[in-house]
Design a protein around this ligand. Structure first.
Ligand code: AKG
Length: 274
C-alpha cells in the first residue's frame, strides 16, 4: 500500500448508515427520506453481471483498448506511467473521466431507465441530463477524497437539483474507502471550499463524529443531493474499491460561470480563513 495518511483519522467515522433500500423500485416512495438526509442507499441497483461487464470495460479503457480514450488519471507517486503495464497499471489508476461515449457497457449503465426514473423523481419530475461521468477506482493505498459538496465543482445556479449516483462495482467497506456522508448537510446550504489536500471544505468546518460510512455490496448505489457533504478516506486495505459516478442535472439547466461559482464557494476568493 503506497498511500500517505496526511489528515486526521477522526475526520471519518466508521459507523455504518442504517437505512439501505433493497432496489431502485423502493426509492419511489422515499423522496421524503432523500429530502431529509440528502442521500439514499440502494442495496441492489444493477446486477452482478453488469458490474462485471463494467469492470471489464474499465480495464479495457485502462489497458488502451480504445485508443482515442484519454481520460485516465493516476494516483500520485507512480513515476513514468508509460512503463506501467497489466495489473500494475490497473492498480495505479485513480480515476477515469468522460468514458460513456467510449464504451457501450458503461453508456448503458449511465442511461439505465430504472435509474433515470429515480433521478427524475428526486428532481421533482424534471428530465435528467447526464453531464459528468467518472470511474473512481481507489486502489489499495488510494488517496483520500476530502469532504466536499459536488455543487462547488459545477457552474450551475445554486438551486439546481444536481443528483450524484455512485455505483459500487465491488464491495465497498470501511477499510477500503466506502463513502462517508453527513446526513442532512444539504440543508445547511453551500459551504466555502479551499484548495488544500483537494478542492474541499476546511477540516475545521466538518462536524466530526456525525458522519456515516456507507458500505455497499457490488451493484449497490448511493444517490445524493449536490449539496450533501461527503468524502472518502484513504484505502487502508489491500482490496480495490472500484465505483462509477454519474452526475445529472435537469435538462433545462442554464450554465453559470466559474466566477459566479467562486463568489459562493471560493473560500480564499472571499478572504475566509481555513
Ligand atoms: O469515490 C470516492 O471515493 C469519492 C467520490 C466523490 O466524492 C466525488 O468524486 O465527488
Amino acid at each position: 500500500m503506497s498511500g500517505v495518511l496526511d489528515h486526521d483519522l477522526d475526520l471519518y467515522s466508521v459507523q455504518a448508515a442504517p437505512h439501505r433500500l433493497n432496489d431502485l423500485s423502493c426509492a419511489h416512495d422515499r423522496k421524503s427520506m432523500f429530502d431529509r438526509d440528502g442521500f439514499l442507499v440502494i442495496g441492489k441497483a444493477i446486477s452482478i453481471e453488469r458490474t462485471q461487464a463494467a469492470i471489464q470495460a474499465v480495464d479495457d479503457l485502462i489497458d488502451g483498448m480504445v485508443p482515442d480514450f484519454r481520460g485516465v488519471q493516476f494516483e500520485p507517486g507512480h513515476g513514468d506511467k508509460s512503463e506501467l503495464k497489466g495489473d500494475a497499471r490497473r492498480r495505479a489508476v485513480r480515476k477515469l473521466m468522460r468514458f460513456v461515449d467510449f464504451d457501450p457497457r458503461l453508456h448503458e449503465l449511465a442511461y439505465d431507465t430504472d435509474l433515470l426514473a429515480v433521478v427524475s423523481l428526486l428532481m421533482d419530475g424534471q428530465q435528467p441530463h447526464l453531464f459528468q461521468d467518472m470511474a473512481l477506482l481507489k486502489p489499495p493505498g488510494g488517496s483520500e477524497k476530502p469532504w466536499h459538496q459536488d455543487m462547488a465543482y459545477f457552474n450551475v445556479p445554486i438551486d439546481t437539483p444536481v443528483i450524484g449516483v455512485w455505483i459500487a462495482l465491488e464491495d465497498a467497506n470501511v477499510d477500503n474507502g466506502a463513502l462517508r456522508m453527513q446526513p442532512g448537510s444539504h440543508l445547511l446550504g453551500p459551504m466555502e471550499h479551499f484548495k488544500r489536500r483537494d478542492w474541499q471544505i476546511c477540516d475545521t468546518q466538518i462536524d466530526r463524529g456525525r458522519d456515516l460510512a456507507v458500505p455497499l455490496p457490488a451493484g449497490g448505489a448511493l444517490i445524493w443531493h449536490g449539496l450533501t457533504q461527503h468524502g472518502s478516506p484513504i484505502n487502508r486495505s489491500d482490496q480495490r474499491r472500484r465505483a462509477l459516478q454519474f452526475h445529472y442535472r435537469p435538462a433545462s439547466t442554464q450554465e453559470t460561470t466559474a466566477e459566479e461559482r467562486m463568489a459562493i464557494y471560493g473560500g480564499d476568493v472571499r478572504g475566509a480563513e481555513c
